[in-house]
Design a protein around this ligand. Structure first.
Ligand code: NAD
Length: 443
């Protein structure tokens, strides 16, 4: 069984990209691997039943080469330092690729948000933010929503930080806030919207298996939270047929397409998509193996791995979540000519609109949704073009032929498979390397 160590995952992705970097001063990759600053806190919370429970929280600032740290805060029971550190590196790459002036960061608290009351969640959020103190700030490190956190959580983060730092404009300390607290129009659906723009551009240019638009494509989505539900709506609006959807309880399937309004009502009542009338119940593993055109993992990391990648029938996998496909699985899919659209590109819409929110907060302005979507579309298309162009040029120069690619035993070519993942990381790293060179190493 493949090792799901996230630090190893980052190392593997880096190693592949390094082969193709244009200029590299010795030691630069070490500098871009180790997180700049890590904070681990343990703090007590008085629960509703008056018992006291200790929670552990993490915040990792991976890099500030390009600007203040930027990255989500998640509430998740199985959180580890290694996973948070790896996800913070992903944020550095993502910000560099989409070209927003942020470094990477990530954080979270080990807790099961579904088992906690609103009061308990508010206390955990406030205490965690107060423990972080000046580790976060509008020009040092700026959190955002992630797994099991939302705009309500971001509102509490803003309020806590504002109470601790009175007398100044603290709105840019966190993004993904409610609109009334300086949130940006379009932020909630931004990751899905960006995913749509990147996908449409990719289909238009590459036309995998003759697919050039989303019209009548059969789509399966794992995860029906902020990202998964926005992607479902937006892809359906473009003519896609959403045949399957899942959450942490399991999934549902309908060959002729799911009714998203009915899913939302059903999920609100019972907390899961499972059991909706006139749908077939399936497992998350069943969902991966469905006969469909596009598979979208929009939940947690390492969902598609060496054990299940071979069973995937989709022609395109879109990484709407962070790190859902392991490097081994990526290779298996590449050999099967399945395209994997990389997370640092396709889910960068969230951090892009977070950047727009941050700018609006600093300038005390509010842009319209049209303005935001226009700017987002421009950034997503441009980044997608850069990744495709890099991928095509790497393939021309180093690519294996289809024959050698399919022969797993072949070791005659010293270069790893050239995939979109690697191309995206090469674009991001080249940008970071230029910035480091221009800034110079301190002192
Ligand atoms: P969310 O908490 O809103 O939703 C997560 C969904 O995944 C829920 O439906 C949950 O039931 C489901 N889920 C959890 N574990 C699962 C499992 N093992 N199998 C199937 N489903 C499972 O989270 P989100 O904000 O939608 O984030 C989803 C992913 O997208 C995460 O990887 C996150 O890091 C990434 N991401 C989020 C944003 C954002 O703006 N929210 C931006 C970029 C990337």
């Amino acid at each position: 069984m493949e090792d799901f160590n996230t630090a190893k995952y980052i190392e593997q992705r880096l190693q592949r990209a390094v082969t193709y970097l244009e200029v590299l001063q010795p030691g630069f990759i070490d500098f871009l691997t180790a997180p700049k600053k890590s904070t681990i806190v343990n703090f007590p919370i008085e629960m509703d039943d008056k018992s006291v429970k200790v929670f552990r929280g993490y915040r990792v600032l991976h890099s500030h080469v390009n600007g203040p740290g930027k990255g989500g805060i998640r509430f998740y029971p199985e959180l580890t330092y290694s996973e948070i550190a790896a996800l913070s590196a992903l944020m550095t790459w993502k910000c560099a690729l989409i070209n927003v002036p942020f470094g990477g960061a990530k954080g979270g608290v080990c807790c099961d948000s579904k088992a906690l009351s609103e009061n308990e969640l508010r206390h955990i959020t406030r205490r965690f933010i107060s423990e972080l103190g000046d580790d976060i700030g509008p020009h040092t490190d700026i959190p955002a929503p992630d797994l099991y956190t939302d705009e309500r959580t971001m509102g509490w983060i803003y309020d806590t930080y504002d109470i601790m730092h009175p007398g100044r404009n603290n709105r840019p300390v966190v993004t993904g806030k409610p609109i009334d607290l300086g949130g940006s129009p379009g932020r909630q659906a931004a990751t899905g919207q960006g995913c749509l723009y990147a996908t449409l551009r990719f289909l238009e240019r590459i036309k995998p298996s003759g697919i050039s638009t989303l019209k009548n494509t059969r789509v399966a989505i794992q995860g029906y939270g902020n990202v998964g539900s926005s992607v479902a709506r937006l892809f359906q609006k473009e003519g896609a047929v959403i045949v399957a959807i899942s959450d942490s309880h399991g999934g549902i399937y309908c060959e002729t397409g799911l009714d998203l309004d009915a899913i939302d009502i059903h999920k609100q009542k019972g907390n899961s998509v499972v059991g909706l009338a006139e749908t077939l119940s399936i497992t998350n593993e069943d969902l991966f193996q469905l006969d469909c055109d596009i598979l979208i993992p929009a939940a947690t990391s390492h969902q598609i791995h060496s054990e299940n990648a071979n069973k995937i029938k989709a022609k395109i996998v879109i990484e709407a979540g962070n790190a859902p496909v392991t490097p081994e699985a990526n290779d298996i899919l590449s050999r099967k000519d399945v395209f994997v659209l990389p997370d640092i590109l396709v889910n960068a819409g969230g951090v892009t609109v977070s950047y727009f929110e941050w700018v609006q907060n600093i300038e005390n302005e509010q842009w319209t949704l049209e303005e935001i979507n226009q700017k987002l579309e421009h950034k997503m298309k441009h980044a997608t073009d850069m990744v495709i162009d890099k991928w095509l040029s790497l393939k021309d120069t180093f690519g294996k032929t289809d024959e050698t690619k399919k022969n797993e035993q072949d070791v005659s070519n010293e270069y790893p498979i050239v995939d979109l993942h690697t191309a995206a990381l090469v674009v991001a790293l080249n940008r970071l390397i230029i910035t480091i060179g221009e800034r110079g190493i301190w002192p």
